[in-house]
Design a protein around this ligand. Structure first.
Ligand SMILES: NC(=O)c1ccc[n+]([C@@H]2O[C@H](COP(=O)([O-])OP(=O)(O)OC[C@H]3O[C@@H](n4cnc5c(N)ncnc54)[C@H](O)[C@@H]3O)[C@@H](O)[C@H]2O)c1
Length: 328
């Protein structure tokens, strides 16, 4: 009894220590280290994946189209860049040539049937055939891609909710994104059918083609049109061995998003609610310590996979390449 009284405080201490130890162990086990995802290296490519293919890339002068064009050439494709930005288009073509790639730049406005037909005719003249296309050219607002933001002058052409949307804004965005994608797709499909050996098309939608976005009326509606076009073309051309899929990204670092963020700053300054007024980040942006956007190279990875024979069982898909934006 006497011994027990003497050792009792030690037992108590040992108990307290072991509870503390258990707590520390449990806590450290339930708090794993956070990690940012490293984007794919811009120099990465899958050797020979597109060897011998001839592909058209609309909007290939800059942004997502530029990265896709550069990597497609490294993977063995002869690349035709179609864009209405001549200086940037030629610069991208030069980069491809400097890497040892085969390339042609054709100044094209995808809103024009004549331009789209000429694009295909020039492709055949230079490379003798066509195997596929990335229909990527698009706009977010009613302003020519090369023009800088000037909020006061361009107000009527900028992204807007329905009640304040102008005809000019709606018509321009629809002419490029919906009608232009249709016209370029039509010219490409006619050639693929003529050659009779199948092919692959990748259209570029957006999260705006999978869900609504604040203050972005015409962009959202036009990107839903792109995804509708993608699905109906997949049905019509499956019998001819032509696959048609779309990619649908969230914020990806390009000149388009640089301008979009400038625009969001301007509307916030003026106390207008609209674009950027609801959800603004994908799941991966939200969890990244620097809130990193997708890179155009990450988008090129999925686009070129869908364009290549690796995707031989995929058609009619509208893939969310959106860092989890539409998952929550
Ligand atoms: N960057 C993003 O966060 C994002 C998100 C979702 C969807 N997208 C889509 O991805 C595609 C590429 O966008 P980006 O971010 O690289 O933008 P970007 O503006 O940097 O590039 C688009 C390219 O398309 C060209 N283009 C536009 N209209 C054209 C026309 N009528 N004829 C010929 N060329 C034309 C532009 O000159 C430009 O080179 C677009 O369809 C866009 O809607 C981009």
């Amino acid at each position: 009894m006497k011994t027990f009284i003497i050792v009792k405080p030690f037992i108590k201490k040992a108990l307290v220590l072991s509870v503390f130890f258990m707590f520390t162990l449990t806590y450290s086990q339930s708090a794993p280290k956070k990690n940012d995802i490293t984007p794919i290296d811009s120099a990465y490519f899958a050797k020979d994946r597109l060897k011998g293919k001839v592909v058209i890339i609309t909007g290939g002068a800059r942004g997502i189209g530029r990265s896709t064009a550069i990597r497609a050439a490294k993977e063995g494709a002869s690349v035709v860049i179609a864009d209405w930005l001549e200086k940037e288009g030629n610069a991208t073509a030069k980069t491809i040539e400097a890497n040892g790639g085969k390339v042609l730049f054709i100044k094209t406005d995808i809103r024009s049937t004549e331009d789209c037909n000429k694009l295909v005719a020039e492709t055949i003249k230079k490379f003798g055939k066509l195997d596929g296309a990335v229909l990527n050219a698009g706009v977010m607002d009613g302003i020519h891609s090369g023009d800088p933001l000037d909020y006061d002058k361009q107000k009527a052409l900028l992204p807007s909710a329905v009640d304040t949307a102008t005809d000019e804004y709606w018509d321009f965005v629809f002419d490029v994104n919906a009608t232009g994608t249709f016209k370029s797709m039509r010219s490409v499909l006619k050639q693929l059918l003529k050659e009779g050996k199948g092919g692959a098309l990748v259209t570029v939608g957006s999260i705006a083609g999978l869900t609504g976005l604040a203050g972005n009326t015409a962009y959202v509606a036009s990107k839903y049109a792109v995804n509708g076009l993608t699905k109906s073309a997949a049905i019509d051309y499956a019998p001819f061995g032509i696959r048609v899929n779309s990619v649908n990204m969230a914020a990806t670092k390009t000149p388009m998003t640089d301008k979009a963020f400038e625009f969001v700053k301007e509307v916030k300054k003026r106390g207008i609610t609209g674009m950027g007024g609801a959800k603004t980040e994908s799941l991966l942006m939200l969890n990244d310590s620097k809130h990193r956007m997708s890179t155009p190279w990450e988008q090129a990875s999925v686009i070129l996979f869908l364009l290549s024979d690796e995707a031989s069982n995929l058609t009619g898909g509208t893939y969310a390449t959106d860092g989890g934006w539409t998952a929550y």
